[in-house]
Design a protein around this ligand. Sequence first.
Ligand code: HEC
Length: 125
Amino acid sequence: MMLLRNFILVMGFAILMILSSCTYDNVEELYPSPPSCDTTDLTYSKDIGPIIDASCAGCHSGSAPSGNISLANYNDVVISAQNGSLLGTIRHENGWSPMPKNGNKLDDCSIKKIETWVESGTPNN
Ligand code: HEC
């Protein structure tokens, strides 16, 4: 009789341990740490160009680009990067038209990548 009670106690304890370890795993899945923004080893072709193409070039390319500003290729984007309008518009700073026009502000990581690229001298890589 004593033996059976001990057996039940031990099994109960073991089941509790298994259940609590599952719960612990789930908590980690429910509250993941925020995704980090990797701004190391940025290249124009892999990182910056695709952001501009997806969010800006639709209006800022072709024979009549919006605002008479083309962002169709590297050389065009560098002009806006160097006169300050690229960062001014995507950060929604005073004195610049907020871009993308009538759209959502770029996500923080995309803005951070473009800032890093401009600060590192707009490399064509
Ligand atoms: C839906 C069309 C549209 C999109 C998308 C768009 N623009 Fe524009 N952009 C315009 C228009 C139109 C103007 C002319 C000025 C105005 O109307 O505000 C302009 C003006 C600008 C200017 C000059 C602003 C100034 O204050 O001198 C810059 C720089 C610019 N856009 C950059 C961008 C960048 C960078 C993106 C992408 C993040 C972008 N635009 C996306 C339509 C667009």
